[in-house]
Write a protein that binds this ligand. Sequence first.
Ligand SMILES: *Cc1c(COP(=O)(O)O)cnc(C)c1O
Length: 393
Amino acid sequence: MTNDEKMCKMSLAHEITSAIQDTIGRKSAVLHEPKFSGNESKYVQECLDSTFVSSVGKFVDNFEKDLADYTGAKHVVAVTNGTVALHMALLMAGVESEDEVLVPALTFVATANSVKHCGAVPHFVDSEESTLGINPDSLREYLRTATEQRSSYCVNRCTGKRIRAIVPVHIFGHPCRLEELLLVAKDFNLVIIEDAAESLGSFYQGQHTGTFGLLGTLSFNGNKTITTGGGGAILTDNSELAKRAKHLTTTAKIVHRWEYIHDEVGYNYRMPNINAALGCAQLEQLPEFLASKRRLFERYQEALRDIAGISLFTEPEGSQSNYWLQALLLDDSVANQRDSILEATNSAGLMTRPLWTLLHKLTPFQGCPHAPLPVAESLEKRIINLPSSAGLV
Ligand SMILES: *Cc1c(COP(=O)(O)O)cnc(C)c1O
């Protein structure tokens, strides 16, 4: 590297650092922190006073009802986190041990973990630059060559295993092309389970994400748009599946005034009432959080506009994103400066992060089948998440 090139690198990293600091009006910031500015203390205290802090209570019922109203899902089952929400949703969809499930290589590890928790195998597919989600066109092409239909099941020609479902993920809150993905699913006899962990408050063609597939899931971890401490939810319009999800997540106990009868091996995944109390207060502030996040996006965009070689990821056309995590996209020409940007921003006290390591490269998923992943491989080298908390602006 010549000295000129070194100077150039320094300046891009420092230019970005200053632009972020100017935008948020402070020197340092974490990647994402929750904001508790509403009825949190009041509801949590009320929950303590009631003594119903655990798996039954009015806050769980209220939180489920409020989520159903907001998302438009007919049924909501609140659970302990987003990972188990996905695990349960996959079981509800009929995913069995040894089945394969199509998931993007470009997602948080929990998406693939939940497939493994069913005893099934994640089968990784490519993403697209316009949405950061699964590319329905390359998926269709891939399935056309890599699978065949056997007695109305989609079977992987190489492994001979049944492929049961597709799990689209709305990365950083940006909706995938659901309409096209639903068509692929229909044509190949696959079920869609949406991982909407990152996309509460995101809409595709006016409809809330997580309500397009047979089931969808949300997360309320501390770093998500709203939090219950830890928590998640299953969304579905299917009353049978909703009933079964509630049964299975509450130790599969048959309702009876005093007898303990459990009709299958159940799970203890019900969201505690005290977490739901926090959730009810957070959900009241969701519109305000969403407005702040959009404002932050607009300010970042303004500040970064004139810096060559980079762009801020913008919601796909026809969609409304919650802008959960702001994402800087580096052009190929400056992709080699990713680490110097991470270095400069983090040294300055700004918590920025690269994209997750693509999942097919991680030890627990070695040997899992995958499609060609050229776009995911490219995005992995070119994305940096910026401080994104709703409290920043
Ligand atoms: C956060 C997240 C999850 C898991 O949620 P937890 O509540 O942390 O278990 C699943 N998928 C994606 C894409 C996520 O970002």
